[in-house]
Design a protein around this ligand. Structure first.
Ligand SMILES: CC(C)(COP(=O)(O)OP(=O)(O)OC[C@H]1O[C@@H](n2cnc3c(N)ncnc32)[C@H](O)[C@@H]1OP(=O)(O)O)[C@@H](O)C(=O)NCCC(=O)NCCS
Length: 190
């Protein structure tokens, strides 16, 4: 685990920090644009390299995908209601985080949640997840949102619990043959 240890209350971790808080407010949370496939590839590969224990997919597999894969993913993430992607954009245009919601076999899944390590604990992850869940909550009929999370990743588990996700009791290997696990969580319909 990189960054503050799980549950850490180190300096500035929880108390008010006006600089970081005002910085977080300047960060824009928005849907990806269809032309932004190259930035999507960059942030997704950065996430897979930095947090391999967080995702079912691996850098080695995704780094070999052709441009057309990322072009399609960006186009879907921007335009489809079944595969929406949000990014956190700094005032200088850098992407600091990402998340997505996919509809798959009739269920909605929250996926790919990641914030760049230097930007963590300033509210970006919460804002990304809130944007995705707002979109989920606008669907009719109302739908539950599912996700899988490595239970070792305490920051992520705490974040999801704070949005009303609860464990379903289903725990599987993170990847075939992996000693890491992923536990299923669900946020019931609102
Ligand atoms: C999980 C992650 C997205 C959180 O992003 P973040 O921008 O740091 O989160 P926020 O600052 O918005 O914090 C939101 C909540 O997450 C939890 N949280 C975040 N960091 C935490 C930490 N170090 N320790 C404990 N809880 C933490 C808290 O509940 C926090 O709410 P609080 O500030 O009111 O206590 C980020 O740590 C990350 O990218 N981790 C690696 C990738 C990953 O685990 N992705 C999840 C895949 S399922």
């Amino acid at each position: 685990m990189r960054g503050p240890s799980p549950g850490s209350d180190g300096p500035g971790a929880r108390g008010p920090d006006p600089d970081r808080e005002s910085g977080a407010r300047e960060i824009l949370i928005r849907r990806i644009r269809p032309t932004e496939w190259s930035q999507l590839r960059q942030v997704r590969l950065a996430a897979l390299l930095e947090s391999p224990e967080a995702f079912g997919s691996e850098y080695a597999a995704e780094s070999g995908r052709p441009d057309s894969f990322w072009q399609e993913k960006a186009a879907d993430g921007a335009g489809s209601s079944d595969a929406m992607t949000w990014v956190a954009e700094a005032p200088d245009g850098r992407w600091l985080g990402i998340t997505a919601i996919h509809s798959w076999e009739g269920l909605l899944h929250l996926l790919s949640v990641w914030v760049a390590p230097a930007e963590r604990r300033s509210g970006i992850g919460r804002r990304l997840v809130a944007a995705a869940l707002d979109a989920a909550d606008r669907r009719r009929p109302p739908v539950a949102v599912h996700l899988d999370v490595n239970p070792r990743l305490v920051p992520a588990v705490r974040l999801y619990r704070s949005f009303g996700f609860v464990e379903t009791g289903v725990v599987r290997p993170l990847r075939p043959g992996s000693s890491e696990t992923r536990m299923a969580m669900v946020r019931p319909t609102r």
